[in-house]
Design a protein around this ligand. Structure first.
Ligand code: FES
Ligand code: FES
Length: 165
């Protein structure tokens, strides 16, 4: 069966199995930045935007995504020009093994698009379904709060931010 998707602004037609998850289909299509930790919707690392809504790609059938616009963490900055959220994670040493980071960054982008000035408690609540075994969460929380400030004071830095709403 085949699905037509827009992935990070590029139209793609993918052949998928009936029961294949969106995460598996994206990885087979070369989007290995979409990670799978549990494959059961509990670790949060497989988060992507599907039509501007955060979804666990492991918990969604690829067929269900037919016609959707997908944005992975790769749709943010590039290695040479990081998005302010990514730069804040680097600056606050919030990346250790890095495995949770795609989920953290997607969730942070969704939060800051909706709430540009979140409280620490709001940030913690936003990332509480993205499991991190390394950082103890303090550094990611600090990074997201700092990214919020950067985006408020330098709105032009938000060019290319994932969610448009
Ligand atoms: S792999 Fe999708 S939530 Fe864990
Ligand atoms: S940095 Fe290792 S799991 Fe979060």
């Amino acid at each position: 069966m085949h699905v037509e998707l827009t992935i990070n602004d590029s139209p793609r037609a993918l052949f998928v199995d009936e029961s294949e998850s969106l995460a598996t289909a994206l990885r087979r299509a070369g989007h290995t930045e979409v990670l799978c930790g549990c494959d059961g919707g509990t670790c949060g690392v497989s988060k992507v935007f599907v039509d501007d809504e955060v979804r666990m790609a492991c918990g969604m059938d690829a067929l269900e995504a037919d016609g959707s616009t997908i944005r992975t963490v790769q749709s943010l900055g590039t290695q040479g020009a990081l998005h302010p959220i990514q730069q804040a994670f680097v600056d606050h040493h919030a990346v250790q093994c890095g495995f949770c980071i795609p989920g953290m960054i997607i969730e942070a982008a969704a939060l800051l698009a909706e709430n540009p000035d979140p409280s620490p408690e709001t940030v913690r609540a936003a990332i509480d379904d993205t499991l991190c075994r390394c950082t103890g969460y303090q550094k990611p929380v600090r990074a997201i709060l700092d990214a919020a400030e950067r985006l408020r004071t330098q709105p032009e830095a938000a060019d290319g931010v994932i969610a448009d709403e």
